[in-house]
Ligand binder design. Structure first.
Ligand SMILES: *Cc1c(COP(=O)(O)O)cnc(C)c1O
Length: 388
């Protein structure tokens, strides 16, 4: 089929690198290629670029730059926290609390630990994906060493009450981590106000390059290095710095901070427009996730189309040049029903009819009009076929 238009509606899977970000990165591949650990001039210049990026990312989340460590992305930060705390605190206990709706970077790490003698409690969430603070308090034991609750869910957009959950963990002397990959650049964040001990971040979800991320570690909190080797990142994350990647993450963080209000307004207006048109013009649809949009990722819309397969919708929309995802991108290669939609009580049959649309800074109203027109045709065609 000839494609006239390209519409990308999967900003929670990844984002394009913004032109301004790319321009700032380019010199660090070529002229300014120094190793930040070297003591001569181009090394010192590279070190200064890393320091600048550290200040930019720290500023976005209200951290002191000394509390920010660059690494290889959100998955690494999640793994680092789970395995690092498990090791550092094993004398205190081997019990970890997390939720049923975390990213696989958390869930597959805790499942690995379960095979090695750790116990993990997976908290339930309600129909809109919210963790109940009272349930967290009930789950905490003498031997609990870590609570990890994601800030914003990547499939249904739920913004968890992190400050309240963190206070409960701390009241019981337990460390608190949040996976904020979907939160930074989308919701205002002040780590000192939240009080969290660890926070995972990623560059490629905020218009920066892929394979670059960061970890916030509150001053005074100890965790062993995850990658052993040189003394980079104050000995906490070895390996020659991904210089251009770090510069790109810093530039993207600064832009995200400047654009935060505009980005939130732009995305939530477009998301609401898409939701209103889909629910008004397509029968038998259910919107998943928080109904209170002040507690929802500004660009997230998750919809179940009853009686048809989300995979078929995805493939047919792709033939019109439209990119969406079913459940989470990580499960797109398997037909296992999304663990997040399962956790909020959606039946397996309806999960298979669910599609995630995520809008971003480059989405336009025309993109959404085109999408709804195609979607109406695709859905009615698939429903006709399913009746045959
Ligand atoms: C994308 C994502 C990750 C993984 O980040 P990478 O940088 O791609 O490794 C982790 N957690 C959440 C919630 C995500 O959306």
């Amino acid at each position: 089929m000839s494609q006239t238009r390209k519409v990308y509606l999967d900003y929670s899977a990844t984002t394009p690198v913004k032109e301004e970000v790319l321009q700032q990165m380019i010199p660090y591949f070529t002229q300014n290629f120094g190793n930040p650990s070297s003591l001569y001039t181009i090394g010192l210049e590279a070190k200064a670029a890393v320091d600048k990026a550290r200040a930019q990312v720290a500023h976005l989340i209200g951290a002191d730059p000394s509390e920010l460590y660059f690494d290889g992305g959100g998955s690494e930060s999640d793994n680092w926290t789970i395995f690092g705390v498990a090791d550092a605190m094993k004398k205190k206990g081997k019990h970890i609390i997390t939720t049923k709706i975390e990213h696989h970077a958390i869930l597959h790490s805790t499942e690995f630990l379960e095979k090695h003698g750790y116990e993990v409690t997976y908290l339930d969430v309600n129909k809109e994906g919210f963790v109940d603070p009272a349930a967290l308090e009930d789950a905490i034991r003498e031997d609990t060493i870590l609570v990890s609750v994601m800030f914003v869910n990547n499939e249904i957009g739920t913004v968890e009450p992190i400050k309240e959950l963190c206070e409960i963990a701390h009241k019981h002397g337990v460390l608190f981590h949040t996976d904020a990959v979907q939160a930074i650049g989308n919701v205002p964040i002040d780590v000192h106000d939240l009080g969290v001990d660890f926070m995972s971040m990623s560059s490629h979800k905020i218009y920066g390059p892929k394979g670059e991320g960061g970890m916030y570690i509150r001053k005074g909190v100890r965790i062993p290095s995850f990658i052993h080797g040189g003394a980079q990142e104050k000995g906490k994350r070895a390996g020659t710095e991904n210089l251009a990647g770090i510069v790109g993450f810093g530039a993207a963080a600064e832009l995200a901070e400047q654009n935060l209000e505009h980005h939130r307004k732009h995305c939530s207006e477009l998301r609401d427009y898409l939701m209103d048109r889909i629910t008004a013009e397509i029968p038998d649809v259910i919107v998943n996730g928080p109904s209170d949009h002040s507690k929802r990722h500004p660009g997230n819309l998750n919809v179940t189309f009853a009686k048809i397969e989300g995979e078929s919708i995805l493939l047919l929309l792709d033939s019109f040049g439209i990119a969406v995802s079913t459940g989470s991108a990580c499960s797109s290669k398997s037909l296992k029903p999304s663990h997040v939609l399962s956790a909020i009580g959606v039946s397996d049959e309806l999960i298979h009819g669910s599609v995630r649309f995520t809008v971003g800074d480059f989405t336009t109203k025309e993109d959404l009009d085109y999408t709804v027109d195609c979607l109406k045709a695709v859905v009615s065609r698939l429903r006709e076929i399913s009746l045959l």
